[in-house]
Design a protein around this ligand. Sequence first.
Ligand SMILES: N[C@@H](CCC(=O)N[C@@H](CS)C(=O)NCC(=O)O)C(=O)O
Length: 235
Amino acid sequence: MKTNATVPPRFPPKLTLIIGNKNYSSWSLRPWLAMAAKGVPFAEFLVPLGHANTKQQLQQYSPTGLVPALKYGNLVLWESLSIIEFANEKHPEAKLWPEDMEVRAIARSLALEMHAGFHALRQHLPMNLKRQSSRRLTSAAEAEVMRFAGYVRQLRLEYGAGGPFLFGEFCAADAMFAPLCTRLRSYEISVDRTTHDYIDAIYRLPAFQKWYQAAVAEPWKMDDIDNIDKLRAAR
Ligand SMILES: N[C@@H](CCC(=O)N[C@@H](CS)C(=O)NCC(=O)O)C(=O)O
């Protein structure tokens, strides 16, 4: 989609990722991590979520009024996965996806399943990097944790020889699952050793650490997420 050139704000013709709060915005983390971990050069612009003017601000940058959005000159893109795909096409040298065509197709299937699914887990355990306390799972969320852990074990076994990630080396599928990993850690959900080690590998990534350190230093609070235990119990 082309934006009207007269509409402010303008961005230089390079990749600029518009993101939400680093502590809470799981969809922002996905393309940010894919690009940062793989060395794609980009600028970021953060819009704090949950403020009175957030929607109005976001609508200047994204047709859905949601983050992430990507600006490239006057081109505006939205949806985390399409942003990752654009970054991949713009910077093929960064190799955001596995090189083998069939393995790449599996990685994309997983990324799309993450994008369209895992609803129970996403709803029950909203991303909150500052949190460090347990939460009991619903049976639907528990089934999704098992499904995810099953993928991790299978993929690590089949494709993981070249590194600690799903397909060995870090790729866009790992970036798509990174917020799910942080949820399991923040809400102290117990997982098998392989999944635990995989989550560790995500946390050890220098790019993830950069995001995480910025997230925990953020001043903003989102009460509906911070107080999720009390709020849900009161219903
Ligand atoms: N399907 C979208 C989801 C985007 C989304 O839901 N973003 C949330 C933040 S993680 C948002 O912008 N919320 C707006 C708000 O809280 O005002 C994507 O993949 O990018």
